[in-house]
Design a protein around this ligand. Structure first.
Ligand code: 8YV
Length: 319
């Protein structure tokens, strides 16, 4: 039987690429550049399957120009805001993602950002690194304590719950907003808020873990930021679309928001150059899931989905 023809748009982990080469007639973008609209359209005629990352954009306009060969888009990501799902489904193309396997890695990065933002990681690293550290005082780089503080989590899906588990280890009081209240075994004592506004009022720390949708775009805008307690710390490892970046800068400038830890930005790659002036904004370049273990697990999960699909079964993560 001829192997299905598969295009892997980015340089995935070695183990993933080896397994893909064993089981598929695979073409890999070894230059590791994001697939362009033109390449995706051409790929739809040349391949039965694509494993893309969130860097390839399957807009309605692009999908409308697809040829008929492509049968499945097996994303190497949990977020699928780069895919117009109705358009893909309308063309009869199956779409899968990679949930679960990246929850711990992303939650770890959220902890790093929360702690780093709360404890002056950027300014502290800079002053030591540049040799400018020439004095010490008890009043020097005093931060905000995490232990015992209230953490508000927006989106208590897999990543939100993994983050809550880690925050519990720091003795934080967990509050969350989610579309629906979690069963007790999942909530593990976390306090449910049935609206975001109520959650924001108690969020000394706030961590975003919901998907980017038209409804959640600029979820954290001027009005919402004003509802946070004075001196709150915001963490975003979900998507840049969730935060009105101009509003965040104003809240940082006034001190209403004491610090932010950001792994996601409206513009990626690149980020927001206006943030660079603020050492209380601790930033990383969208690396929430970037651990060796998790990259292998994401690649294998995408391949598991493809294997099931081409075996005539329903892929585990069919959307
Ligand atoms: C990935 C992510 O690094 O899974 C997601 O939704 O944002 C990240 O974990 C990226 O999407 C890989 O394609």
């Amino acid at each position: 039987m001829t192997k299905p023809r598969l295009w892997i748009t980015r340089r995935l982990s070695d183990a993933t690429l080896e397994r893909a080469a064993r089981d598929y007639d695979v073409v890999i973008n070894h230059d590791d550049q994001p697939g362009t609209a033109e390449q995706l359209i051409a790929g739809s005629a040349d391949f039965d399957a694509i494993i893309p990352c969130h860097s390839e954009h399957f807009s309605a306009d692009v999908v409308a120009q697809f040829a008929n060969r492509l049968k499945i888009v097996a994303n190497h990501s949990v977020g699928v805001d780069h895919c117009n799902l109705p358009a893909l489904k309308g063309r009869g193309i199956a779409v899968t993602n990679t949930p679960d396997v990246l929850s711990d890695a992303t939650a770890e990065l959220a902890m790093l950002l929360m702690l780093g933002a709360a404890r002056h990681a950027v300014a502290g690293d800079k002053i030591v690194r540049t040799g400018a550290w020439d004095s010490w005082s008890p009043a020097f780089m005093v931060g905000k304590q995490v232990t015992g503080a209230r953490i508000g989590i927006i989106g208590m899906g897999r990543v939100g719950r993994a983050f809550a588990t880690k925050a519990r280890g720091f003795g934080m009081e967990i509050h969350y907003y989610n579309r629906s209240e979690l069963p007790a075994d999942q909530a593990q004592g976390a306090v449910y808020h049935d609206n975001v506004e109520s959650l924001l009022g108690v969020a000394d720390f706030l961590s975003l873990h919901c998907p980017a949708t038209p409804e959640t775009t600029d979820l954290m805008n001027t009005e919402q930021l004003a509802l946070l307690p004075l001196g709150a710390v915001i963490v975003n490892t979900a998507r840049g679309a969730l935060v009105d970046e101009d509003a965040l800068i104003i809240a940082i400038k006034t001190g209403h928001v004491a610090a932010a830890g950001l792994d996601c930005f409206k513009t990626e790659p690149g980020g927001n150059p206006a943030f660079a002036a603020y050492e209380n904004i601790f930033m990383l370049p969208h690396i929430g899931s970037a651990t060796r273990q998790t990259r292998d697990a994401m690649g294998f999960r995408a391949l598991d989905n493809l294997d099931a699909f081409f075996a005539g079964k329903t892929p585990r993560d069919l959307l």
